[in-house]
Design a protein around this ligand. Structure first.
Ligand code: ZN
Length: 75
């Protein structure tokens, strides 16, 4: 779960980019914090850079397939 201290720096958004389930190794379409829908791991990735692949993400078999979902966008 991502943490924050001051809510005034965040704005709720329903933009579709938050609904995308990105494959491991896909290129990030937005800068921000991404969460693995399998194990819950969170990472920060800059737009245009690769989301962690299977080889770079310590994701246990018991969590099922890994996909990355944007949870906080940096604008
Ligand atoms: Zn994972």
């Amino acid at each position: 779960m991502a943490l924050y201290q001051d809510q005034s720096f965040l704005i709720q958004s329903s933009q579709p980019l938050f609904d995308l389930k990105n494959a491991p190794g896909a290129i990030a379409t937005a800068s921000g914090i991404y969460r693995c829908n399998g194990c819950g791991c969170e990472i920060a990735v800059e737009k245009g850079y690769e989301l962690p692949s299977h080889a770079k993400h310590d994701h246990g078999f018991q969590f099922g397939p890994a996909t990355w979902q944007l949870i906080v966008a940096a604008i």
